[in-house]
Ligand binder design. Structure first.
Ligand SMILES: Nc1nc2c(c(=O)[nH]1)N[C@H]1C(S)=C(S)[C@@H](COP(=O)(O)O)O[C@H]1N2
Ligand SMILES: [Mo]
Length: 348
């Protein structure tokens, strides 16, 4: 069983959390997945020189240092972060991008300030409709395009955190030190790291990572005409046993996590006969908005042979995780029950 990060690319660093590290409610900082389009700053920025600017469609632009930010009312919130491309490699039809299995997701308790509080201080003009975030990472690739992303003003005002702490520690360099945005319940692409500038705009930011990359589109379709990735979908994953494991007969605890972005997971069911019959799993531990729920199902494996375990989540509106993923060109948002099935062998 592997417990170290699975590195997909070194530069930029893209690495996923091994399943064994997804079995606790909190994902430790050292094992939280890494997803980067650019080059992580090689040294933490000096807080003496770092400033956050808030400008654009505001009455009073703000320039804030960390001391000022940390003296504002502190919010502490749990949030499960998932990369839009998570589970891409589990799709039956290939899609281009990092070959994530299930480990492009993690849950942490973040400390910071509400973006809405800062935007209220700056005062929004009546043209304010979108909020763009710019980080300090160095762009890679020939075109040297900065990772700039914008979100609608409603999301920015209602439930977006600017985090300077992760699981009680200062935000680690890899995860955006000194400050990152977290659009709670939305995919990682909406959560810019190493923040330096927040601009309020009349329309969405136009740029490569807005128009060409984080879009759900089909082959032959222009990316910009596809939908922008926003909220994380309803999904459950099995973190134990692992695919291909050989198990002894007897009682076995099946473990997993389920999450729903801005929604709330109400039920998880498990099937050990490839979806023919389903049994309620039991939740373990905290149940917080925007955070995954860990679950377990005790399975009495008394017959030898190969079999397929599936899990399915239902939210508090009665919506169910889809039986199969909805394929798209970049393989975003794979939350299919079928794609996340785990086949194991019970030894005779
Ligand atoms: N500045 C900056 N922010 C960024 C990115 C980036 O490349 N640069 N990648 C985004 C993507 S696609 C994801 S999934 C998350 C990953 O956050 P993590 O590395 O802390 O897990 O960061 C987001 N924020
Ligand atoms: Mo991502």
């Amino acid at each position: 069983m592997t417990t170290s990060m699975r590195i997909m690319t070194e530069n930029p660093l893209n690495a996923e959390t091994p399943a064994a590290r997804l079995r606790s409610w909190i994902t430790p900082n050292a094992f939280f997945f890494n997803r980067n389009q650019g080059q992580i700053p090689d040294t933490p920025v000096d807080l003496e020189v770092w400033r956050l600017t808030i400008d654009g469609e505001v009455n009073q632009p703000l320039t804030l240092d960390m001391d000022r930010i940390q003296h504002l009312p502190k919010a502490i919130v749990a949030n499960t972060l998932e990369c839009s491309g998570n589970s891409r490699s589990l799709l039956e039809k290939k899609a281009s991008g990092n070959p994530w299995t299930i480990g492009g997701v993690g849950n942490a308790v973040w400390g910071g300030v509400w973006l809405g509080d800062l935007l209220n201080d700056a005062g929004l003009t009546d043209r304010a409709a979108h909020v763009a975030f710019e980080g300090m990472d160095t762009p890679l690739g020939k075109a040297r395009i900065k990772f700039v992303r914008s979100i609608p003003i409603e999301k920015a005002m209602s439930s977006t955190l600017l985090a300077y702490e992760m699981n009680g520690e200062p935000l680690p360099l890899k995860h955006g030190y000194p400050l990152r945005a977290l659009a709670l319940g939305w995919t990682g692409a909406n959560c810019v790291k190493w923040l330096k500038r927040i601009s309020v705009m009349q329309s969405p930011f136009n740029g490569f990572f807005m128009d060409q990359v984080y879009r759900v589109f089909q082959k032959g379709q222009k990316p910009a005409t596809g939908e922008t990735v926003t909220a994380i979908g309803l999904k459950s994953i099995i973190t134990r046993p692992l695919a291909g494991e050989r198990l002894d007969k007897g009682s076995l605890v099946v473990l997993g996590a389920a999450y729903a972005g801005e929604g709330h997971v109400a039920q998880v069911e498990v099937s050990v006969d490839d979806g023919a019959t389903w049994h309620a799993a039991e939740f373990i531990g905290p149940d917080e908005p925007f955070a995954w729920r860990q679950w377990q199902y005790v399975w009495h494996a008394n017959q030898a042979g190969e079999l397929t375990i599936k899990s399915r989540a239902t939210d508090d509106q009665g919506r169910q995780q889809p039986a199969a993923a909805r394929w798209n060109f970049l393989g975003y948002g794979n939350n299919g029950i079928h794609e996340h099935a785990v086949t194991v062998t019970v030894e005779g």
